[in-house]
Design a protein around this ligand. Structure first.
Ligand code: MG
Ligand code: ZN
Length: 221
């Protein structure tokens, strides 16, 4: 079937770009983190909180992926982050080609921590490696705890799972036991942090994870 071959080719050329981007990140001592979730889970709110906490001791840059507009990028610029917007013009994920257009516009020698906020979508962002060192997946409590069963690829590609909006737990159906049960089958060692971008709960632990991983990577060099 022709369609399948086309998709394989697309993914193969994407993987090649991902490798070359990873090399560029490493050469510049940049730690790159891809953040993925469904729309409205709180990716931009997480970045706002993160920038507030660490912009004074780490040089942060954010690449914002959205189908249209720059609302999220404007929010982050307001917090004092350097940021550029990629508009995918309808595509529901970021890919290596889009990133190859954005990276030359960034002075990576001045960046320590690069966040890439992917397009809100639980499906194909997981298929397109961006060459980042980490994939962080965010699930918010109103979405329900059944998501790893329904969207396994996204969860199996994650290096860290953030469960956001835990302040809403009294009002929504979300079963942590159920979540942990399905994660155990899918990715038993996946680290999970419960957070609320609204109350700030868990943000410290998330920031410690980020800074810890930067430290680990530095020690490896
Ligand atoms: Mg956003
Ligand atoms: Zn897509």
């Amino acid at each position: 079937m022709t369609e399948i071959k086309v998709l394989q080719k697309v993914l193969a050329s994407n993987d090649a770009l991902a490798q070359s981007h990873r090399k560029i990140f490493d050469q510049n001592n940049v730690t790159a983190i891809n953040i993925m979730s469904a729309p409205g889970s709180g990716k931009t709110s997480l970045l706002e909180k993160t920038i507030e906490k660490i912009k004074n001791n780490k040089k942060i840059f954010v690449i914002e992926g959205d189908i249209k507009g720059n609302l999220d990028a404007m929010r982050l610029l307001k917090k004092g982050a350097d940021c550029i917007q990629i508009n995918t013009q309808g595509q529901c994920h970021l890919d290596g080609f889009m990133l190859s257009q954005a990276l030359p516009k960034i002075d990576l020698s001045k960046v320590e921590l690069l966040f890439i906020e992917n397009v809100g979508n639980l499906v194909c962002p997981a298929e397109f490696d961006l060459g980042t060192h980490y994939n962080v997946m965010m699930l918010s409590t109103p979405e329900g705890s059944d998501k790893p069963v329904k969207y396994p690829l996204m969860f199996s590609k994650a290096d860290l799972l953030l469960v956001n909006k835990i302040d809403l737990l009294p009002y929504v159906q979300f079963d942590f036991d159920n979540l942990e049960k399905s994660l155990k089958k899918l990715k038993p060692k996946l680290k999970l942090i419960k957070i609320s971008c609204k109350t700030g709960e868990g943000i410290e632990e998330w920031v410690d994870w980020v800074l810890g991983e930067i430290g680990k990577r530095r020690n490896r060099r």
